[in-house]
Write a protein that binds this ligand. Structure first.
Ligand code: ADP
Ligand code: GLC
Length: 482
């Protein structure tokens, strides 16, 4: 049995702000249990839903030297669906109202603490990992600490590390003075070949430099991040690590996202029955959200963090024109930058028959949108993988995406001549290109309904379950730990 520990800042079902939680929560379930024992470790956030905090079982506690103090580290655990998850408790760091805060220095302090606490906790857990799989910058210091101070202890010798980049945009950067002081790392670590990037300390860079292998969440993004446009200053390093950088496409949990059984949707359907049943989800949602109830109107969904990454400036540039001229309804769900939240609130106010703006985080509504809509708009500037488009495909809701990162790897553009494709896509980050693609989709929806339904059937039959990707992770684990 090979023991593997996933270290991350969020995972379903405990705590989620985005796709990272879906991945860390669902990938361990897909890894072959006969050969691998995959467990997860998270911060014990006090903002976790009570339904989960109540289930956590206290293991032990100890004190750890950190930032010139002796600090409390509590350990808890919980098992769900056969996967054991451990939790690191410290109220000073993890009793925030949401998992992340806007205070960049505090974020560095709490997740550097988390990384060190995970390594310090290993001897008192009932689990000795041969490989530690780190996810995103919040666990970037772990491979650094392992190399710097833990490896001299025989308990830690031979432990391998993997760094998975879910989003290169976030690197955990701050001034070297502070980071050196807080982490206790020697100044020799803060050079451009180690943690320094443009005179700052960069925690993700530390993880990339010191881990044994690096992965990211789609083959296309793995190529993109080696270029200056997507590389966020780390393209040179990623080129240098090319031989052990892999792009493994994410999957989604096919049990949770299943239009035939999903308890969160109103009407179930399959790739066979969607022609006669999917629309019932649409009319139910129209009714619920106060939109005119009409099964024929094309409904376009957006479920997203509202940031520049997701292409909202393209939407902002042309949505008014679309709403004035086209017969469509937009159902939007998301939170994020105030200017985008305000834009959708304002559009919903001025076009109440065409826009429903739901500026909130709501799991159940997200499923209803994936099930009810005809199309799903995701014109990202960059997209490491993207899960929403996979969820849409699974529910026969055709994605309209920009060809970048995992969107390019998961949505095959419709080719009307060959009768292939599962969605619609455009190449350049250009609002009018997006609008032309959306209008092309509208023309297929309204004028060639049979073709539309064939695309939807193909979309529902594509396989983005974890099976193939879990095998790729297993191959990598075998390569590292034999
Ligand atoms: P990212 O991780 O960059 O936000 P992904 O497409 O990988 O993008 O994953 C987003 C996940 O978060 C999906 O599971 C999506 O359904 C969910 N999600 C995003 N915004 C909301 C929201 N406001 N309410 C409910 N779920 C949301
Ligand atoms: C990040 C990326 C997203 C990806 C997710 C899970 O949040 O923005 O594209 O799907 O991580 O890997």
């Amino acid at each position: 049995m090979k023991n593997i520990l996933y270290v991350a800042s969020e995972a379903v079902p405990y705590i989620k702000t985005g796709g990272l939680a879906d991945v860390v929560g669902s990938l361990p379930k897909a890894i072959d249990k006969e050969y691998y024992d995959v467990r997860v470790i998270l911060p014990k956030y006090s903002c976790m839903a009570a339904e989960w905090t109540e289930k956590l079982e206290y293991i032990t506690n100890f004190y750890m030297d950190y930032d010139f103090r002796s600090m409390y580290v509590g350990l808890f655990k919980c098992e769900v669906d056969g996967v054991t998850t451990y939790f690191i408790d410290n109220e000073e760091f993890f009793s925030t109202p949401a998992p992340y805060t806007d205070d960049a220095l505090y974020e560095i302090r709490r997740f550097a603490f988390f990384s060190k606490a995970v390594l310090s906790a290993l001897p008192v857990l009932d689990f000795h990992p041969e490989l530690i799989h780190c996810h995103d910058w919040q666990s970037g210091l772990l491979p650094v600490y392992l190399h710097e101070r833990f490896q001299d202890n025989p308990f830690y010798q031979g432990i391998k590390t993997v760094m998975t980049i879910h989003n290169l945009k976030f690197q955990g950067k701050w001034g070297i003075e502070d980071v050196a002081r807080i982490t206790g790392l020697d100044r020799s670590f803060f050079t451009p070949d180690k943690l320094e990037l443009n005179r700052d300390a960069d925690l993700l860079k530390g993880g990339i430099v010191f881990s044994d292998a690096v992965t990211t969440v789609s083959p296309t993004y793995a190529e993109e991040i080696k270029t200056p446009f997507y590389g966020e200053g780390l393209d040179g390093l990623l080129q240098a690590r090319d031989h052990d950088l892999r792009g493994i496409l994410n999957g989604i949990d096919y049990e949770v996202f299943d239009p035939q059984t999903d308890p969160l949707i109103t009407h179930h359907f399959s790739a066979k029955s969607f022609r006669s049943h999917k629309y019932q989800n649409k009319t139910a949602l129209q009714e619920e959200l106060g939109l005119p109830v009409d099964r024929k109107t094309m409904m376009i969904g957006i479920v997203s963090r509202m940031t520049d990454q997701k292409g909202f400036d393209l939407v902002a540039a042309v949505i008014e024109e679309i709403l004035q001229n086209d017969s469509v309804q937009f159902v939007v769900l998301g939170t994020g930058e105030e200017r985008y939240q305000q834009m959708f609130r304002d559009l919903a106010y001025r076009y109440p028959d065409k826009v429903s703006a739901n500026i909130t985080y709501n799991e159940a509504l997200s499923h209803k949108i994936y099930a009810a809509c005809d199309a799903f708009l995701m014109p990202s500037l960059f997209e490491p993988c993207g899960l929403s488009q996979m969820m849409s495909l699974r529910y026969g809701t055709l994605p309209i995406v920009r060809e970048t990162g995992g969107l390019k790897d998961s949505v095959e553009p419709y080719n009307e001549f060959e009768g292939t494709g599962t969605g619609f896509s455009f190449t350049n980050y250009n609002a009018h290109e997006m609008m032309a693609t959306l209008r092309y989709a509208e023309s297929i929806y309204y004028d060639h309904k049979q073709d539309w339904n064939r695309i939807a059937e193909r979309a529902m039959k594509t396989d983005f379950s974890w099976e193939a990707s879990a095998r790729s992770y297993q191959e990598m684990y075998d390569w590292l730990i034999g």
